[in-house]
Design a protein around this ligand. Structure first.
Ligand SMILES: Cc1ncc(COP(=O)(O)O)c(C=O)c1O
Length: 495
């Protein structure tokens, strides 16, 4: 994924016309750092990614990074990557006039340090639709007519106050409908007062980071994980500690390092994102004990657990123990569609009132009509029926994709046997550059996401995430042919 920072470097590099490539890249980076176009603390792309994105040799980038490292402009942080140093060697200087000032102003707006850092890690794509965009449900199969009819009926009955800002926590009918649904479908125990409706999981996470944490606090997140989680936490000043994941889910240390107990522990226990593991009971209990001992909050992101195609449903962590320090997050983005922007949190009773007030203060919720329609949709049984239909459809699509991978590449390339969710992991040998490969596949109009880009620490894991849920069977076959054709151009992968 090319970041804005790489775009900025690319534009600046094009303007450096004299000297060897090494010198031009070195001058470009140094000037951008001194001019604060790349701010102190900003994370630089890995040498591999930068080389690929700027179409340079990896050695050129490595040599430049080494020189900047030796001169103190950048530093490496084990497990995290390469960063612009907080204290620049010419640090007593005021901001150096930018050699490319004027021309580059539009390219390098004066962003905050945390803003630049966010852009350095940006994961959202400009394109949000088409094969094989991960995590998108089949929106065409959504019962749009039924939804419209329900909404029109409710609109006629809408009172003026329902078109004002929403009352605290969102529509009361939806809070009630969710309480019942979550108890039956997810073993989540709560009252309507504990439910807070948010406009997407990111908003919920932002609220938790602001209301439960101080800048500098630690949050544990899975490595690999959903990039959005990391970004929302770090922009709120949290120190994010990546915790490794294995086939039992997140594998936390027995005890946190001294002074670094996590304030938040963010997990996807029912279906680890993006690898697919289910967190074992032993791990769940250990995590609960750890959170209780260290006064941490576990944030359970239960984003797609409705879609498990074989075996028993996996109950939520929230319902495991009474009074567990768990904040449960669910979303309609996967069960219905992401553009709806409705998700929710189940808060422990002691947090509910304060967080609802804070939510109203920060985001001033609305969309009561959408939320009421949704509650009616759930109450009348359409939600459960839609999930049942989509479960069958996605199971078929997943089976087709699995079979294509096995027959064209071999079963060792099937990287996720969870038989759940909306994406499949195509596992690749460690020597494959999955970032470069995804760029090549995108050139043929097919979008896949490189597995290595979901890791926070350097990793040898390589693979491609293929979202199949929104892709019709014939298109799965066509798009997969594109993936295979690109793979076959790689040395040693022809079969
Ligand atoms: C693991 C995970 N959690 C949360 C989300 C975001 O959900 P929402 O659309 O509610 O913001 C995503 C979106 O892809 C995701 O993959």
């Amino acid at each position: 994924m090319r970041s804005l920072l790489t775009d900025l470097l690319m534009q600046r590099l094009a303007k450096q016309t004299s000297g060897t490539l090494n010198k031009r890249l070195y001058d470009t980076l140094r000037q951008a750092i001194l001019a604060r176009a790349i701010t102190p603390g900003c994370r630089l792309p890995s040498s591999r990614d930068l080389a690929q994105q700027l179409s340079l040799s990896r050695n050129t980038v490595l040599a430049t990074y080494e020189q900047l490292l030796a001169e103190g402009y950048i530093e490496t942080r084990p497990g995290s990557g390469t960063f612009v140093t907080e204290q620049l060697p010419d640090g007593n200087m005021e901001r150096v006039p930018d050699a490319q000032e004027g021309a580059s102003h539009a390219a390098a707006p004066a962003l905050s340090r945390r803003g630049m850092n966010l852009l350095g890690y940006a994961g959202a794509s400009a394109r949000q639709w088409g094969a094989f965009m991960p995590g998108i449900p089949d929106i065409a199969s959504f019962p749009h007519d039924l939804w419209r009819r329900t909404q029109t009926r409710l609109m006629r009955r809408m009172k003026p106050e329902q078109l004002s800002y929403s009352p605290m926590g969102g529509s009361p009918e939806l809070q009630l409908a969710l309480t019942e649904y979550l108890r039956v479908a997810r073993s989540v125990e709560c009252t309507p007062e504990q439910v807070l409706i948010t406009e997407g999981t990111h908003q919920g996470m932002d609220l938790l980071a602001k209301m439960l944490c101080n800048p500098g606090d630690t949050a544990w997140i899975e490595d690999p994980c959903y990039w959005g989680m990391r970004n929302v936490l770090t922009i709120n000043g949290l120190r994010v500690t990546p915790i490794a994941v294995d086939d039992q889910g997140m594998a936390p240390p027995e005890t946190p390092p001294p002074g670094r107990a996590p304030r938040l522990v963010c997990v996807t226990p029912s279906h680890q994102y993006p690898l697919g593991a289910v967190m074992s009971l032993a791990r769940r209990q250990r995590l609960l004990a750890l959170a209780q001992e260290h006064n941490s909050w576990i944030v359970e992101d239960d984003y797609d657990s409705e879609f498990r195609f074989s075996g028993n449903p996996v109950p939520a962590l929230q319902g495991l123990n009474r009074n567990a320090p768990v904040i449960y997050i669910g979303t309609f983005s996967k069960t219905l569609y992401p553009g709806l922007r409705v998700s929710y949190m189940v808060l422990p009773p002691q947090l509910a009132q304060e967080l609802k007030i804070a939510h109203a203060e920060l985001y001033r919720g609305g969309h009561w009509l959408t939320q009421s329609t949704l509650s009616e949709f759930i109450r009348e049984g359409h939600y459960a029926a839609h999930i049942r239909r989509m479960r069958l459809l996605y199971a078929r699509r997943r089976a087709l994709l699995t079979q294509l991978i096995e027959s064209h590449l071999g079963s060792e390339y099937v990287g996720d046997r969870s038989n759940a969710g909306l994406h499949m992991l195509l596992k690749l040998p460690a020597q494959v550059d999955d970032v470069l490969l995804s760029t090549q596949i995108l050139r043929h109009g097919v979008m896949v996401k490189p597995l290595s880009s979901y890791y926070l620490r350097p990793t040898a894991e390589r693979g491609l995430l293929l979202g199949y849920a929104s892709v019709e069977e014939s298109e799965i076959v066509r798009a997969f042919d594109v993936v295979v054709a690109c793979l076959r151009t790689l040395p040693g992968l022809a079969r």
